[in-house]
Design a protein around this ligand. Structure first.
Ligand SMILES: [Zn+2]
Length: 199
């Protein structure tokens, strides 16, 4: 049974200083993020050695990194949320521009799908950007050329950037994604919703 942070807090309050120091120093034992949060609180409250805090910070980073990698492996193995194929999923940034009178609205959204669907989406957005993006000076001289540049020249760096985009997406939504990552249907639903957000 997983304890809530309040239960852990109550439990750790009763520990003597040396026990708190021992847990904070023990790099081999696997502790949860909740325990690390409580440890930080106790170390600060009791004015214990501040070096313990940097140990915990390192531990935090390792837990986060492993969590992100675990969720990324699951996401990459999902079927495509757009076409249902089993091709490996990738992440790209889709840039959209719409212009009205003198103003341009430029939007970036993350799109996670198979390579085929990504190409299809990019082409459709490029077409939309050209049609809807040129009706303001800002759209005509800045955003439309930028979108064309991203479409034709940005493709080469995308593999590397895709992993970074996916990692950032997981990092920003880690609590929610880690909770539902065993439910593939729900995970696909969330990715699909994100693909068409603000569209
Ligand atoms: Zn697809």
């Amino acid at each position: 049974m997983r304890l809530s942070i309040e239960e852990i807090r109550e439990h750790y309050k009763k520990f003597p200083n040396h026990k708190i120091e021992q847990i904070a120093e023990n790099k081999d034992a696997k502790v949860s993020e909740e325990v690390l949060i409580v440890l930080i609180e106790e170390i600060k409250k009791r004015n214990l050695n501040p070096e313990l805090l940097s140990n915990i910070k390192t531990e935090f980073k390792t837990i986060r990194k492993n969590k992100i990698a675990g969720v990324r492996t699951i996401i990459e193995s999902l079927s495509c949320p757009e076409c249902g194929s089993n091709n490996k999923l990738q992440a790209v940034e889709i840039n959209e521009t719409t212009s009205m009178l003198l103003l341009s609205k430029h939007n970036k959204r993350l799109y996670i799908a198979c390579e085929k669907c990504i190409k299809k989406e990019k082409k459709s957005v490029l077409f939309k950007n050209i049609i809807l993006g040129i009706w303001s000076l800002q759209g005509l001289i800045y955003y439309t050329p930028l979108n064309l540049y991203i479409f034709f020249c940005g493709l080469k760096t995308e593999d590397k950037k895709g992993t970074e985009l996916l990692n950032n997406y997981i990092f920003e939504n880690i609590e929610k994604l880690a909770e539902i990552c065993d439910d593939k249907a729900e995970l696909l639903h969330i990715i699909q919703k994100g693909n068409h957000f603000n569209k």
